[in-house]
Ligand binder design. Structure first.
Ligand SMILES: Nc1nc2c(ncn2[C@@H]2O[C@H](COP(=O)(O)OP(=O)(O)OP(=O)(O)O)[C@@H](O)[C@H]2O)c(=O)[nH]1
Ligand SMILES: [Mg+2]
Ligand SMILES: [Zn+2]
Length: 284
């Protein structure tokens, strides 16, 4: 039988969908893969097609990386979708996420959605956070699925590769993917769940946009604790803006030590107080 390659485009409970030769097929792991490997959306697999509709997975290719939250393999870039309102912005959660993704070495975009619902005060708050994250060396975009504002610039970021959409529940990850792909993800959710009003995403699914761009819609989460994934003394390495400052002690944790270059930078306003406080809270 001819060996074929494929990519796992959906992973939810026991369900595995594999895209191979232009078709989405039900994936069934076999042999060693079945007993000793976990399979994630984004995994590259090899196997063969049986009975015309089943992709028998004989091998999972070596992963370039694996994001645990959300669970997607071989991610090139992650798009963190946040909002200032509905739901309320949680900068501590964003900072935890950034630490986790920095460690994986993936590209990162921060996208603020739902800017249409912001009043003057909300817009000022948005601007304040944009400044903070841009100063921390992140690319920040603002969009609204409702008015279309910012969507053109947003669409321009996509290059061939796997993009994982991440962030709290209800920020508009599925809505954004629907609008850039033209595929109504929410309608799909509703018809399967029959009658339920909520569209909350379950499981991870990858959609192929044109030009070998894959976007992964993932379920939102309400909490991420960077300390669960990274040792306390290494957290500082994943705050981009701390790099380039020197401290008196080589193993300085930038907390209570004297002669700390990072703390000095905070007091001079070079590093934002909000980011620094998140750092202290993560390691506390
Ligand atoms: N006002 C406004 N509402 C939006 C916008 N984008 C999405 N929404 C609404 O926000 C709600 C949540 O959107 P979803 O796309 O389901 O959010 P999600 O991030 O996929 O949520 P989970 O799947 O639970 O993680 C829906 O009712 C959307 O219609 C926007 O730009 N402006
Ligand atoms: Mg969703
Ligand atoms: Zn220090």
């Amino acid at each position: 039988m001819a060996m074929l390659e494929g990519i796992v485009v959906r992973r939810e409970a026991q369900r595995i969908d594999v895209l191979s030769e232009g078709k989405v097929l039900k994936g069934i792991p076999k042999g060693k893969v079945r007993t000793s490997e976990r399979i994630y959306a984004g995994d590259r697999v090899a196997g063969y097609i049986e009975d015309g509709g089943i992709f028998v997975i004989e091998e999972v290719k070596k992963r370039k990386n694996l994001l645990v939250r959300p669970p997607v393999a071989n991610v090139d870039r992650v798009i963190i979708v946040s909002t200032i309102k509905e739901p309320e912005f949680n900068n501590f959660m964003l900072d935890n996420l950034l630490v986790v993704y920095e460690r994986e070495g993936v590209g990162i975009y921060i996208v603020f959605n739902k800017v249409d619902i912001l009043d003057r005060e909300g817009k000022e708050e948005l601007k304040r956070w944009i400044d903070i994250y841009e100063k921390a060396d992140y690319r920040v975009l603002t969009v609204s699925v409702i008015t279309g504002e910012g969507l053109e610039e947003f669409s321009d970021i996509f290059e061939p590769g796997i993009y994982a959409f991440a962030g709290p529940s209800g920020t508009g990850k599925s809505s954004l993917i629907s609008v850039i792909s033209g595929i109504d993800l929410k309608r799909g959710e509703v018809s399967r769940k029959t009658g339920r009003g909520k569209h909350t995403t379950t499981g991870v699914s990858l959609l192929m946009l044109e030009g070998n761009v894959f976007v992964a819609d993932t379920p939102g989460f309400s909490k991420v604790d960077a300390l669960r994934f990274i040792d306390r003394e290494n957290i500082k390495d994943y705050f981009r803006e701390f790099r380039g400052y020197t401290c008196k002690f080589r193993d300085c944790l930038h907390a209570k030590e004297e002669g700390c270059g990072v703390k000095e930078a905070v007091s001079k306003g070079e590093i934002s107080v909000e980011r620094y406080e998140s750092y202290l809270r993560i390691i506390s």
